[in-house]
Design a binder for this molecule. Structure first.
Ligand code: MTE
Ligand code: MOS
Length: 781
């Protein structure tokens, strides 16, 4: 079934016919919703007067926390997030009041008439301050294997350092949006751009004080999400639902880009420290790591993200003695949240920095140090949290990619180029990714499906996953058709709907296809067995002398036949008419839960992941060390997706993930001022990669002949892991800077490597080099 078919909505995406929430046709009753939020990072609300605002013509509701019928909460895991502020605000962008009016202008007019008096309070706006004040969001976590202190003490070499990795804005093209339409009684129909419709449903029900069965959340598609709509789409949905409930009219809230960027959380910035011990060959002996993350004002998913970071500090490397402590800190910024990789990138950046530094210390190529430290097969194959690594593809990928990318030859060419150029330098790096697939909160690894077959032989599939551009619905359509044995055109995947498939998990952790695809297969299997039994009975009644056995019946090429008696065959549509006449149900639900996983979070030990996804990238860059301008000259990626369900879509995910990671590693810098105002709140101040930032020569390939025994149709998740391949671009830039000092002094480096970081780092290096040389010369004299 390895077939490239276009994304099911590809044509609609480009013609503009694809319906997003903002495109849903609503009657003239529709009201515009607006959120009034805090301009202070931390303040007491001394006065809130909505009376004048309520008088503005065209305004139908102005609400504050007192107007919430149910529970004033929208915390997804920990109930620490108010839907509307009560007496204090803890970040700029926190919602205080809501307005519904006939036009946007009326909303603004009403907002101007809201009287609020604040008393500013002390703020914590960076990790250094949060750490100094011990402003923890919760207790620290630890994972440890071996005797780290002894191993560090006895190691031939020890390095230590600090690494900062930056925040990242999701920049989904479609900002947060929700349309609510009230039904009769307490019914509420919610059209939300959410990765987690069930959670949106539950939170709205709680907020409105109604039962879950009154609230239906539907998601046709999102215009991108990237983790930013895993929990934080709930907010906009909750606000819209409140306004809808209060007015009895349809209400839509669509955040302006600037508001969206100001109000919502980002990828967590981390401030990490490390100490690593290694031998003369560069074999890692011990690592002692501490990861500190900026959680923002509330918990959101911070602990799960921190945990994934801690589970990925090994990346692809066996470290016999390793301890990692993770701490999430509370600051006066919007609560940080899920972002593709979910802490994985932050954890991996640490170990990749370590490897790079070990190589520079030993004056070896970092590629050799990486290979030397890869997890082995049958030896050195257990992670620091005790999971045995099966189906290890690291050396296969490494060998293939080193050859296909001509790494050795290009390394020599890069060195030669650098000898000849003073102010432009080239760098090259290969980095691996090993990424664990499964939600680390084990119970979330479940999914449901509802498969309906109609009498014309068409199939309508509902499943718990949501479509955000990643191609999930396309893959589900392919899975359903292949599992049935019918053509693709017979299968349609419906909008996700909490009334069709209830109590689902978020579409996240890259597991959308694995989980929902398996649930769909389960439903298809149930239907096929039902059809086979009924047809066996039917054909046997016609031919009692030569009965049909149900296990001889198969469906292929849109035909149902008895393989033992090939003349007994029906087209799929004819068979469905017959099934209906025979009173056989043409509808089934399916379910799946990931088998054999589970781990002890408190001990940091067990098997959190169903399997691992692998990939590697070689990136070559050209850096102008006077301006910091950098160009990706060539990137070669070899990525493992098992037996690809759809190579076109998978390559798209790999390319997109890598480029999104390049943004995080290079140009995307989130900055706040000393009051906590986001300074980078629009595309003119926040630079995501554009077409011009794509590698000039971009070669992406999928690892061939590597079926994954652990997932649907031997495929593998693809979504998040490729993002971390961008660390090769980051370290290639470091390599180029290092060349500015002949690789004699190591550059100081952080992430993102913005032009500014590059220039400063190169400048500092050149100064150090001059100083070192003059000292050296002085001694010689
Ligand atoms: N691809 C597109 N085009 N848009 C997105 O929003 N989100 C990513 C990834 N790829 C995203 C994407 C993230 S963060 C995840 S977890 C997965 O898609 C979710 O979908 P999947 O589990 O079906 O792969
Ligand atoms: Mo993705 S960060 O798991 O939504």
């Amino acid at each position: 079934m390895t077939t490239t078919i276009p994304h099911e909505s590809a044509t609609k995406h480009v013609t503009g016919e694809a319906v997003y929430v903002d495109d849903i046709a609503v009657n003239e009753q529709l009201l515009v919703g607006r959120v009034v939020y805090s301009p202070h990072a931390h303040a007491r609300i001394k006065l809130l007067d909505l009376s004048e605002a309520r008088k503005i013509p065209g305004v139908h509701a102005v609400l504050c926390h007192k107007d919430i019928p149910g529970h004033n909460q929208m915390g997804p895991v920990v109930k620490d997030e108010l839907c509307l502020a009560v007496d204090t605000v803890t970040f700029i962008g926190q919602a205080i009041a809501l307005i519904a009016a006939e036009t946007e202008e009326q909303c603004f007019e009403a907002q101007r008439h809201i009287a609020i008096v604040y008393e500013p309070l002390e703020t914590i706006l960076d990790l250094e301050t949060a750490i100094a004040r011990n402003s923890l969001l919760g207790p620290p976590a630890k994972i440890e294997r071996g005797d780290v202190d002894t191993a560090l003490r006895t190691a031939p070499h020890v390095l230590h350092g600090t690494l900062q990795t930056g925040a990242q804005e999701h920049w989904y093209l479609e900002s947060q949006v929700c349309l609510c339409i009230a039904g009769e009684g307490n019914e509420m129909n919610v059209y939300s751009s959410t990765q987690h419709p069930s959670e949106t449903q539950h939170l709205i029900a709680e907020l409105l004080g109604v039962a879950n069965h009154e609230v239906v959340v539907e998601v046709r598609r999102m215009g991108g999400a990237f983790g930013g709509k895993e929990t934080q789409a709930n907010h906009t949905a909750c606000w819209a639902a409140l306004l809808c409930k209060a007015t009895g009219r349809p209400v839509k809230i669509r955040l302006f880009r600037d508001d969206d960027m100001i109000m919502t959380g980002k990828r967590h910035r981390f401030l990490s420290t490390y100490e690593v011990g290694f031998d003369d060959d560069g074999t890692l002996l011990a690592a002692k790591l501490q990861l500190n993350s900026d959680g923002g004002a509330a918990v959101d998913l911070s602990f799960a993200i921190l945990q994934r970071a801690m589970l990925h500090v090994d990346n692809a490397y066996f470290v016999p003695n390793l301890s990692v402590v993770g701490q999430a800190y509370k600051t006066n910024l919007p609560s940080n949240t899920a972002f593709r990789g979910f802490g994985g990138p932050q954890g991996m950046a640490v170990i990749e920095t370590i490897i790079d530094r070990v190589a520079r210390f030993l004056k070896k190529d970092a590629a050799d140090i990486r290979r030397r430290n890869f997890y082995g097969i049958g030896t050195r194959d257990v992670t620091h949290y005790g999971q045995k690594i099966e189906h290890n593809r690291l050396s296969t990928i490494y060998e293939q990619l080193m050859t296909s990318s001509e790494y050795e030859k290009r390394r020599r060419e890069v060195n030669a180029f650098n000898q000849q150029h003073e102010f432009t330098k080239k760098g090259i790096a290969i980095t691996p990714v090993k990424f664990g697939i499964s939600f680390t909160t084990s119970f979330l690894n479940q999914a449901g499906a509802l498969v309906n077959v109609y009498k014309d032989g068409t199939v309508l599939v509902n499943h718990g996953g949501t479509e955000m551009g990643q191609g999930l619905h396309t893959k589900i359509q392919q899975i359903a058709a292949a599992e049935f044995g019918i053509s693709l055109h017979r299968v349609k995947v419906n909008a996700t709907d909490t009334s069709k498939v209830p109590n689902t998990s978020a579409t996240a952790a890259s597991a959308g296809t694995d989980l929902n695809g398996a649930a769909v297969k389960n439903a298809v299997d149930i239907l096929k067995a039902r059809f086979a039994d009924a047809l066996a009975e039917h054909w046997t009644a016609l031919h009692p002398e030569a009965p049909t056995r149900s296990n001889a019946i198969i469906i292929s090429n849109d035909t149902i036949a008895d393989t033992a008696h090939p003349e007994r065959s029906l087209s799929f549509p004819d068979a469905m008419v017959l099934m209906n006449l025979k009173q056989v149900s043409l509808s089934a639900t399916g379910f799946y839960k990931t088998p054999d996983i589970g781990w002890d979070k408190a001990k940091g030990f067990g098997k959190p992941f169903h399997y691992f996804s692998y990939g590697m990238a070689v990136t070559e860059v050209l850096v102008d060390i006077l301006t910091g301008r950098h160009t990706l000259l060539r990137t070669d990626i070899l990525h493992d997706v098992g037996d690809s369900l759809n190579p076109g879509i998978d390559i798209g995910q790999v390319e997109g993930g890598y480029i999104q990671g390049v943004g995080w590693c290079t140009t995307e810098e989130v900055k706040w001022d000393d009051k906590g105002n986001l300074m980078t709140h629009s595309p003119d101040t926040y630079k995501i990669p554009t077409v011009q930032d794509i590698p000039i020569d971009f070669r992406v390939a999928l690892l061939q002949s590597s079926p994954n025994p652990n997932a649907i149709r031997r495929s593998k998740a693809v979504a998040e892991p490729p993002l971390m391949l961008a660390l090769s671009a980051w370290l290639a830039i470091k390599d180029a800077i290092s060349a500015a000092a002949n690789h004699e002094v190591e550059p100081e480096f952080s992430l993102p490597a913005t032009n500014e970081v590059i220039v400063m780092s190169a400048e500092k290096l050149r100064r150090e080099l001059v100083r070192d040389h003059s000292i050296h010369n002085a001694v010689v004299k």
